[in-house]
Design a binder for this molecule. Sequence first.
Ligand code: FMN
Length: 335
Amino acid sequence: MHSDNFWHQIEKPVFTLAPMEDVTDTVFREIVLGVSDPSCLHVLFSEFMSTHGFVHAIGGPRVKHRIQINDSEWELLKKTGVKIVAQIWGTDPDKFAQTAREISEEGKFDGIDINMGCPVRKIVKQGGCSALIGMPELAKEIIYATQEASSVPVSVKTRIGLKKVVTEEWIGYLLETNPVLITIHGRIQKQQSEGLADWDEVAKAVALRDSMGSSTLIHGNGDVMSYQEGLEKAKEYNVDGIMIGRGIFHNPWFFNKEIIERSPEERLNLLWKHSHLFTSTWRTSKSFNILKRFFKIYTSDFYGAAQIRAKLMETNSMEEVKIVLENLDYELDLL
Ligand SMILES: Cc1cc2nc3c(=O)[nH]c(=O)nc-3n(C[C@H](O)[C@H](O)[C@H](O)COP(=O)(O)O)c2cc1C
């Protein structure tokens, strides 16, 4: 085990922000970090990044934005002590090794996570992510190659099966490789995001881990909608931590002990900060439509929110967002 293994040093239950493509880029992570209580949010995950793309001379620059950390996010990470993990995916152990070596040598990420859960067809067809549940030998090779090449702890994020639930068989297999952490999303591949996550299966994995005498941490993931619910689930299902994905869409202030009513001004100021940071970070390299998907997060739960959202959905630039916000009857902080 790595001597600087931060995962074991955080007080339980550990709360993490899930890796989410086109969501948890450096910009959104900084926004979330800025409004979170560091005692309620311990680790952030990057979007998943292809190891195939990363090691490719031409593809590299096209995927590296997924593990970009802005200086302003970096400062906040250092100030709060919140950790950051790069998530990677692929099919070739050598490419995992090369990617893990470069990421850990750069010294910015505290950990590396292997995606063995994404069910998106185009990726599964290539044999990556959740497809590895059906190729356990390759999954093991990938974990070993990544562990060997990496100077930071290696974790795995996965599901409980492909077409049927195989929690004990699959997690038992993964535990043999000693990852520092397995985050278990309590759905099978076939379910995509349908139905409810099965937390009883997550608890089975915890019991299995205990019976094997393994030191691997187990975190649960799926459908947690508030910090309080996360605390309850950690207790009920005996997990070491909780990963939050879509819960953050319902409340950017998710990672706080109390649920506080946020004023429209607070929400819209955060929307502005996000828009401004998105534009200054990505300029024209990312479509403005990616940012627009976030607008609903900030324009909910107050009177008139839907009308404001409708106007914002018509915009195509940060400047146009500013005009909409300036014309509202709120005193906003538009830097
Ligand atoms: C928009 C979106 C993008 C996602 N991208 C990733 C990803 O890059 N890597 C990954 O492991 N899971 C990804 N996921 C899955 C989430 O990390 C999480 O496992 C899933 O949403 C279930 O948790 P939740 O119910 O708290 O949202 C994504 C989910 C969403 C909604």
